[in-house]
Structures are given as structure tokens and as C-alpha cells.
Design a protein. Structure first.
Ligand SMILES: [Zn+2]
Length: 507
């Protein structure tokens, strides 16, 4: 129903848009982009100060309090209207400038990962805080790049009297796929014309089509009856037996699933000691596939297996939805516009020292020694990845583009401490400048070219209807605000001594 409303509303507004704001000639558009680039260059230090500060906060998903406070302060001072705490999540940040349509939103995140603490610049294992959390994917860079690009667009909108709205959605806890379905449900994207997904990568790139995988994350708990393992085991009902049977049951199913599926689990409660029959057992599953209907089909079978395991052991069970993510559906019309901006901006000029550092790092990490990329990726060369991002949900309700910027070293895998070596390096900083420029220029295109929005919408209407969106979030589900809280609080104090103390201001 919501999608219907969005579709019709957008059509009406696009028609109005065509009457009110004819497409800017290419040269005028270039002047706008040149102004955006000047703003980014002038504020490069301020932008990377934002990203660096977030790196040292090292905050886990749903606990991004210091990161979002810094972003709120920076964006408020930069003239944005900022809402913190929407959709029932204290660290959910939405910032916007302007009013009405077209409305273009940058969708990104700033959370870190458990165990990711690492001293920047050294590729020997050396945590800043032992066992502490840290940015071993580089989401900290998203804070600076998104804020900077939106600010540059704002300056251009003011100077050139461009109508519309530019916004940023920093969603909490991307690393656990925990927030975007709630943002969609809360209606944040219902009056939006297009979004751009922003993510760090080792190259300047965009793409189109279905880019990654659907995922469903749920926790299954079995309840039995405890007894002494030797004296009266016949009186016990073993909840961990149910978990094992669930595991075996799923392994039998594997042969009959599509080759595209992925399923993995971890046992989170597995008993106490051998002579106590466990009355509680818990297993946490991720089920994935190339499309959400396919993932859901496997997930429904998993529910049946749980039921069977309970029946065999005389236990009872329940399942708690933890998270879900649709695959990202990225729009070709927007990708073509983004690609032109990628070619306009170009890959950063790396210094000899930066190239040498990257090569030494790759050698030490036993990866191909290729250095940093010196050319952007051509459009269309990307295949569907098996990873997931909960921003995928948004892409089924609004036409979406994507921008990746070159702030990490090729071959160094995210979610390993090694990826925390470079997010505050000059390599990362240069990549952020390129990313902010491409992002700003692409938003300017979307704000000033009604035909582009119309084309993107038409493509979206066809592609998204092939797999109509449905939410996996149970109607009574609420975001898990306790997620990572205990883990974060263990290290928050120790991390404080690394804080940069900077309060960046854009000008
Ligand atoms: Zn990420």
C-alpha cells in the first residue's frame, strides 16, 4: 500500500517538477559542480576531522552516542535541521536542508565492530584498547563524507536557488542489519525521490542491479526440564539435544536448497556442565539467498525444523526476530549519472609513499601486491555479492543509486583488524575527498535533472514490482536498544583517552 502511494505521489510531483524546473544546461550544471568541489576542497580537513573523531569513538551498533552527537553538532552548525532518536532508536540520525521535492537522501551508517580496535598506521597487531571495539570496516569515513557532500550541495542550492531537499540518514547498527527495516516502517522514505547508498571501498565505483544478498537473522530458544545427568536423566528434557537436532535437520535440508542459499549459525546457550541436563538451549541463525522470497522460503523450512526438534525432545521453543535485510536494488539510470561524476572527479593522486605503504601492507597481509587503484571501475563490472546490508530494504521503496569511494587498501578484508589500519590515513582522507565530490555532484544531478528522476522512477516501477517488497519485521517488534550496550560500556572509558577533542565546523 505504501509503495502505491509513493508511486502516485512521485508521478504528480515529477510532472510539476518538469514545469517548474527545466533541466539545467550542461555548462550551468558544471558551474554548480565546480562550486561543490570548491566547498569540498576548502573543507577537506574539517571533513576528515569528523571521520577521524568517529574512528576513535569506536562505537558499536545502537550505541553510536558520541558519533551521532558530533554529527548532530556539526550538521546543526552547518545549517541543517537535525533529528536524533527517530523511529524509537536514540542513535538514529536524520539531517536535512531545504524543503519540498525533489528530495534526495544519502543513506549510510557509522558503527564499528567488536574486537576491531587497532592502532592506525601500523600493520602489526596492536589494539588501541585490548579486545576493544573499532572501525575495522571504515564506517567512520561515512560520517565525514556524507556530511561534507550534503553541505556542499546545500551551498550550491543556496547560491543557485535550487529548490528541493537534501537529507542524510545515518541508520544505527548496520553491522547487525538492525535498523533500516524500522526506518522504512516508520515512513522516513515515503516522500523521497531518490536515495544514494554510501559505502567505503578500495575503489571509486558505482553499480546497478541487485548488488548483494537478502538475510534473515533469528534466535531460537528451546526450553526443557533439568535433571541430574547420572541419577535421573530419564526425568530430564534436554534443550541442547533440540539444538543439535535442529542443526542435523538443517544439514539434511541443505542438499535440497538452491545453490544460491547461505545459512550459518552459532550456539549461544549450550548447557552448563555435562552432569546437568540443560533446560535451556539457544541457537542463532542467519539465512540468506539472492532474493528475499528465496531466503524466506528457506527460513520457513527452518521454522518447521525447529518444530520437529522440539517434538522429538519434548521441549518447547520460541523464535525471536533479530534482523533482516533485503538485497540492494540499485538503479541503472542513477548509476549512469554517478559514473559520469566518477569520471569527472577521478581517482585520487596517490603519493609514492602511499603506494609503497599499500604494497608493503598487502605483502605483509599475504595479498596480491597491487598497490592502490589508479583508475575508476567501469560501470557494470560488478557481480552480486553474498554479503548483506540492511539499507537494502530502502532500495525497494525508493529508487537508489550507490557511491563507493577509495579509502581502503585493495585486498585487505573488512571485519578483520587489518582493515582498521587505514581509516584515518592520508589514503583514506584522499578517498573521502573524491567520494564527497562524486556524491555531491550526483545529488546535484538528481536535484536539477527532472528527466533523470523520471527515468529512475520508471525503471524502479518495473524492477521493484518483479519482487514486491514485504517487511520481515513482526508488527510488534521493536529495535533492540540493548544491542552491544554491555560490550560498549566495558571499553567506553578506556577509549576516551584517544578522542581527538576536535569540533569540526564547515565553512
Ligand atoms: Zn559496511
Amino acid at each position: 500500500m505504501q509503495r502505491e502511494t509513493i508511486g502516485n505521489g512521485a508521478k504528480i510531483l515529477l510532472t510539476l517538477g518538469l514545469l517548474l524546473a527545466p533541466a539545467a544546461p550542461a555548462d550551468a550544471n558544471d558551474a554548480r559542480k565546480q562550486l561543490a568541489f570548491e566547498v569540498v576542497d576548502r573543507n577537506a580537513q574539517q571533513m576528515t576531522d569528523v571521520s577521524d573523531a568517529i574512528f576513535y569513538f569506536g562505537e558499536l551498533g545502537m550505541q553510536e552516542f558520541e558519533s551521532t552527537k558530533l554529527l548532530k553538532d556539526t550538521l546543526t552548525a552547518a545549517g541543517f535541521k537535525v533529528e536524533l532518536g527517530g523511529a524509537g532508536m536514540p542513535t538514529n540520525l536524520w539531517a536535512e536542508y531545504g524543503s519540498g521535492r525533489p528530495k534526495i537522501v544519502i543513506v549510510t551508517e557509522v558503527d564499528a565492530l567488536p574486537g576491531g580496535s587497532q592502532t592506525p598506521g601500523t600493520y602489526e597487531r596492536k589494539p588501541l584498547v585490548a579486545n576493544g571495539p573499532g572501525h575495522m570496516e571504515g564506517h567512520n569515513t561515512h560520517g565525514g563524507v556524507a556530511s561534507m557532500a550534503a553541505f556542499a550541495v546545500k551551498q550550491v542550492m543556496q547560491r543557485h536557488n535550487i529548490p528541493g531537499t537534501v537529507a542524510i540518514s545515518f541508520g544505527p547498527a548496520e553491522e547487525q542489519l538492525a535498523s533500516r527495516p524500522y526506518l522504512v516502517r516508520a515512513g522516513y522514505f515515503k516522500d523521497v525521490d531518490a536515495i544514494i547508498l554510501l559505502h567505503i571501498r578500495d575503489t571509486l565505483a558505482t553499480g546497478f542491479g541487485v548488488q548483494n544478498y537478502a538475510a534473515i537473522s533469528s534466535v531460537f530458544t528451546f526450553y526443557g526440564k533439568t535433571a541430574h545427568g547420572a541419577t535421573n536423566p530419564w526425568e530430564g528434557k534436554d534443550a541442547v539435544d533440540a539444538i543439535q537436532l535442529m542443526d542435523i535437520g538443517f544439514d539434511k535440508l541443505r542438499e535440497h536448497l538452491r545453490p544460491t542459499y547461505r545459512a550459518h549459525r552459532t550456539i549461544t546457550v549450550g548447557g552448563i556442565q555435562p552432569n546437568i541436563i540443560p533446560d535451556k538451549g539457544q541457537i542463532w541463525w542467519f539465512v540468506r539467498d539472492a532474493s528475499m522470497p528465496a531466503a524466506k522460503e528457506t527460513y520457513d523450512k527452518l521454522l518447521k525444523i525447529a518444530e520437529g526438534a522440539a517434538l522429538m525432545t519434548g521441549t518447547t521453543w520460541d523464535v525471536k526476530y533479530a534482523a533482516s535485510a533485503w538485497p540492494q536494488l540499485v538503479n541503472k539510470a542513477i548509476a549512469e549519472a554517478v559514473q559520469k561524476n566518477i569520471e569527472l572527479v577521478g581517482v585520487p593522486q596517490w603519493s609514492e609513499q602511499e603506494q609503497q605503504f599499500a604494497k608493503d601492507f598487502q605483502k605483509a597481509a599475504e595479498k596480491p601486491v597491487v598497490g592502490l587503484r589508479t583508475a575508476p571501475v567501469p560501470l557494470g563490472g560488478r557481480t552480486q555479492a553474498a554479503s548483506s546490508n540492511d539499507n537494502g530494504d530502502v532500495t525497494w521503496v525508493v529508487p537508489a543509486g550507490s557511491v563507493n569511494f577509495p579509502s581502503s587498501v585493495p585486498g585487505i578484508q573488512y571485519h578483520e583488524w587489518k582493515a582498521a589500519v587505514t581509516p584515518v590515513s592520508s589514503i583514506s582522507h584522499k578517498g573521502q575527498v573524491a567520494g564527497a565530490k562524486v556524491l555531491a555532484a550526483s545529488i546535484i544531478d538528481l536535484l536539477t535533472t527532472p528527466e533523470l528522476l523520471q527515468k529512475a522512477r520508471a525503471e524502479f516501477e518495473v524492477e521493484s514490482k518483479k519482487t514486491p517488497y514485504f517487511s520481515l519485521v513482526p508488527p510488534d517488534a521493536k529495535p533492540d536498544l540493548e544491542l552491544n550496550r554491555a560490550e560498549m560500556e566495558k571499553y567506553r572509558g578506556e577509549l576516551t583517552k584517544f578522542h581527538t577533542g576536535k569540533t569540526p565546523r564547515f565553512n
